[in-house]
Design a protein around this ligand. Structure first.
Ligand SMILES: C[S@@+](CC[C@H](N)C(=O)[O-])C[C@H]1O[C@@H](n2cnc3c(N)ncnc32)[C@H](O)[C@@H]1O
Length: 589
């Protein structure tokens, strides 16, 4: 039906078209989902690719720049494109982030056979459950123009949220299915009439007119996501603008607009509001209207992007880090806004640090939980696990993927098989009362694991004190600041005393490990732990800055000078210093 479209402009080499069947209108459609009534053939590929180019141009890129930058710093970010269509977005993002691993999923395979090796395509119905081993594994999930295929974003988005890693991103682009014509009587525009017909057909299927608003609302009200940002792009439907860039976008979208006619035909006719004859007449009118490019036709398209913590378990009685509920401090970093007592940051940088810390701890203790507890959990049918003050949720996510049947969430009395607390010493002033409350949540025979460090860094041998003298000085200052802030600097001792003397518990076990702060050790495993912990050690100096400066043990200038020297000692692996950590586990009687 198009006169201005050059078919050779479409992506060449589409060798993969599968999962489709021919309809009586002569076009191919997906073979499995009757309700999804847009085609899946060469012409649809041209429409989607042209639409893609217009969207990318109008949003100035495939993903917001800060998200791209963050992903490019990761070693091997995993990216998922849900309902990827021709895969053009997945392929181009795979090219831009060559270290990434991109997976595109769709009901059909209509992607180019020429794609980079780091991009893979899989046929999958996104209305079904996602593979279990995908939970908590993606750094970025992209969903775009899924309104026709998704009856209920309320159901889809939580499932998608669970696929994200802590701090993973969701980027969603959906249009408002309401075209506008600036400065014109909209009733005279046949393109707007066309949009109305599509809208009516979609409403009949229960789809929203403003899908981006629905996405935004679901995401904003979900505990799975925070930091929602929204951008609006008004995409010109034809090249009517005087502005060069807008004109180029309009030129690209004009092709899409014309293709819309045939693409939406089955959907609109199925709704039964117009005859085929009337519909074809409207589409002919659209083609003329956008070819003429006089009317200022606009298609509002919204991008919602969110950082997700992927798994939120909120236990109100301990001061866990939650990204929602964060406010900016004068030092430019985000801190929790509820308690003045917990003064470590709660921002993206802190989350990245915590994730490294988590990796190093798991490496050092060779596993997420002690072996005997691992065994006991794997014997249970559906263990319930609580991670208190979960931070970024990295331990919970790893546990959830190790025990897919487990439920790692909740807060009911007498109902958990395992409760895990780790590194809460900066936020919890009274460990005894915390343990008393947690004991109530455990089932009989349930396990408790407490993993806390002391608030000093210890030299392994006498000579290390000299080799890392600045770090030792820093550690002394840190301990002093903790004392002044009323923070117990030996929480493991308090916990041990509580568990040893409490008749509710049996089998109290104490395991000690010294976490190397830099890769000094001759022992290969400890050296590796030190390597993994190194960036965390360096960042700790910044993280404790506010606490130490507020204690006034040292002034800002001295602090910055000392921290620079400590950083050098860490980087040059001078002197073997460790952070003493105890893992204390016990079983409820
Ligand atoms: C309008 S296209 C958008 C494609 C791509 N996201 C883009 O922006 O270029 C919608 C895509 O969603 C896919 N889709 C619809 N329902 C689906 C389902 N239940 N499972 C998987 N994919 C689905 C369709 O096959 C189609 O490729």
């Amino acid at each position: 039906m198009s006169s201005i479209i050059n078919p050779t402009q479409a992506i060449a080499n589409i060798s993969v078209i599968s999962g489709v069947k021919e309809h009586k209108d002569g076009r191919l459609y997906n073979a499995s989902q009757e309700e999804y009534a847009l085609p899946a053939d060469q012409e649809e590929i041209r429409r989607l690719n042209s639409q893609h180019r217009a969207i990318v141009m109008s949003f100035n890129g495939h993903i917001p720049e800060d998200i791209k930058e963050d992903l490019s710093k990761k070693e091997k970010p995993r990216i998922l494109d849900v309902g990827c269509g021709t895969g053009i977005w997945a392929i181009e993002v795979g090219e831009q982030l060559p270290n990434s691993e991109v997976v595109g999923i769709d009901l059909v395979s209509i992607h180019s056979e020429h794609h980079p090796l780091n991009v893979k395509f899989q046929r999958m119905d996104i209305l079904e459950d996602f593979p279990k081993d995908w939970q908590g594994t993606f750094d970025l999930i992209h969903i775009r123009y899924l309104v026709v295929g998704v009856p209920n974003f309320d159901l889809l988005l939580p499932k998608i949220g669970k696929l994200l890693r802590p701090n993973g991103y969701l980027v969603s682009i959906e249009p408002d299915l309401v075209f506008k014509a600036e400065g014109y009587d909209e009733t005279t525009s046949v393109t707007i009439k066309f949009a109305t017909l599509v809208n009516q057909a979609l409403n009949k299927l229960g789809r929203p007119t403003l899908p981006s608003k629905v996405v935004r609302e679901v995401v904003q009200s979900s505990e799975l996501f925070d930091l929602v940002r929204t951008e609006l792009s008004e995409i010109p439907l034809s090249p009517w603008s005087d502005d060069e860039r807008m004109k180029e976008i309009g030129n690209e979208h004009r092709k899409t607009t014309i293709y819309h006619g045939s693409a939406f035909k089955r959907l609109v006719l199925n709704a039964g509001y117009v005859s085929e004859e009337e519909y074809d007449l409207v589409c002919k009118g659209v083609e003329e209207e956008v070819s003429d490019a006089k009317m200022k036709l606009i298609f509002p398209v919204w991008m919602n992007h969110q950082a997700s913590r992927a798994l939120l378990i909120s236990i109100p009685f301990c001061h866990s880090i939650r990204n929602s509920g964060v406010k900016e401090h004068t030092d430019g970093r985000g801190y929790n806004e509820t308690t003045g007592e917990y003064i470590l940051p709660a921002d993206r940088e802190e989350a990245a640090r915590s994730d490294f810390q988590h990796k190093a701890i798991v490496m050092l203790f060779q596993g997420l939980v002690p072996e005997h507890i691992q065994k006991s959990l794997s014997e249970k049918e559906k263990p319930r696990i609580l991670d208190v003050g979960r931070g970024t949720g990295c331990w919970s996510l790893d546990m959830a993927s190790q025990y897919p049947e487990a439920e790692v969430i909740g807060r009911w009395e007498n109902s958990f098989d395992l409760i895990y607390i780790r590194y809460l010493f900066m936020g919890v002033r009274d460990f005894t009362s915390l343990l008393e409350r947690l004991t109530k949540l455990l089932k009989p025979d349930g396990h408790l694991i407490c993993m806390e460090p002391t608030a000093y860094w210890a030299p392994v041998e006498e000579k290390d004190k000299e080799l890392a003298s600045m770090t030792i000085r820093y550690s002394d200052i840190f301990t002093e600041a903790m004392k002044l802030a009323g923070i117990d600097n030996d929480p493991p001792k308090v916990m041990r005393q509580y568990l040893d003397s409490n008749k509710d518990y049996k089998e109290v076990k104490n395991e000690y490990q010294g976490m190397p702060l830099s890769p000094c050790s001759d022992d290969e495993r400890l050296k590796q732990c030190g390597e993994t912990h190194l960036s965390n050690s360096i960042q700790m100096i910044q993280v404790f800055r506010r606490l130490i400066l507020e204690s006034k043990v040292i002034n800002e200038e001295e602090y910055d000078q000392l921290s620079a020297q400590v950083e050098v000692e860490f980087r040059e692996a001078k002197g073997e210093l460790v952070l003493p950590i105890w893992r204390i586990s016990a079983q409820k009687v």
